[in-house]
Design a protein around this ligand. Structure first.
Ligand SMILES: [Zn+2]
Length: 305
């Protein structure tokens, strides 16, 4: 009898937790930064899954079959858009056969919508493997762009789950207020380093550079998505020496050895400044990640002078 009672209680608890989980919106984000923003707005009303690992290049994610299952069960998909995921997402979406997250559906949020993109080419040209054919998709390092994206997330979440609309609005207001408190702090932190010179592996820091008046002297990739060639690396070294650039920013998935080789010849330092939350400790949220990015950059630019 006792065993039966316990079993009944366990079953009831299981059903209750199952019912609770069903009410949550199944949100899938292509990259961890978008996943972190989804969590800010969705809070306890959503369950967020992320397709790319924080250490994976968002342009070239391993399209594992398990990701198809994740996409098939999604109520909402948030992608970066502007062809950030062109190399891997379309095929997964085709296999997932989920109309809820089809382009144009309320369950589909493309973050780049409404963003004023930098480096939009005059003519579309992917012939040489350029992965930024619609403009530079690494726009989340500018908090002004993040505000546009979270507003869009809140709006779509409310459309898909109207019962939680007030929760999403409250979370949006709270997040925007937190961001507004941080923006002047970040400005002040980098203000002494205006005109500071940086080199990046991929062309992924231009929004941040524009915002804080930093100068991207060169990129190790000759074009976005194209591996550095010896001839191009020689050009980068010459440009760095001529400009006096002494900071090279890399992501975990980029070839650090190439960056180190260049650094040795230019008296520069190679700095891991991840664009995705969770690569380094205490950077799970967008604000924590930006805190870390700004602090790291300020220290490096201070030392480089
Ligand atoms: Zn890129």
């Amino acid at each position: 009898m006792k065993t039966l009672t316990m079993l009944a209680a366990a079953t009831a608890a299981l059903l209750a937790s199952g019912a609770g989980a069903q009410q949550k919106l199944n949100v899938v984000a292509t990259t961890p930064d978008l996943g972190a923003l989804a969590l800010e707005i969705g809070g306890t009303a959503v369950d967020v899954k992320v397709l790319a690992k924080p250490t994976e290049d968002p342009h070239f994610v391993d399209a594992k079959p398990s990701l198809i299952v994740t996409l098939n069960r999604a109520d909402v998909l948030i992608d970066g858009g502007a062809e950030l995921e062109l190399g891997w997402l379309p095929a997964l979406l085709q296999s997932a056969r989920n109309t809820k997250i089809a382009a144009g559906a309320p369950g589909r949020i493309s973050a780049s919508r409404g963003i004023q993109m930098m480096d939009v080419p005059v003519t579309l040209d992917r012939s040489r493997g350029d992965v930024h054919a619609l403009g530079n998709p690494h726009f989340l390092l500018d908090p002004a762009n993040v505000k546009i994206v979270v507003a869009q997330i809140a709006q779509h979440f409310a459309q898909v789950a109207p019962a939680s609309a007030s929760v999403f609005q409250a979370n949006l207001a709270r997040f925007n207020a937190a961001l507004d408190a941080k923006i002047p702090q970040w400005q002040a932190r980098l203000a002494p380093h205006r005109g500071g010179k940086i080199v990046t592996y991929h062309n992924d820091f231009i929004y941040l550079a524009r915002l804080y008046g930093l100068q991207v002297v060169a990129t190790l990739e000759p074009k976005p998505g194209i591996a550095p060639s010896p001839a191009h690396v020689a050009e980068v070294i010459a440009a760095m020496k001529s400009a006096g650039a002494r900071v090279i920013l890399v992501q975990p998935y980029q070839n650090r050895r190439t960056a180190e080789t260049v650094a040795r010849q230019t008296d520069a330092q190679v700095l891991l400044v991840p664009q995705q939350p969770g690569v380094v400790a205490n950077t799970a949220t967008y604000i924590q990640l930006m805190d870390h990015t700004i602090t790291t950059l300020a220290a490096a630019l201070g030392a480089a002078r």
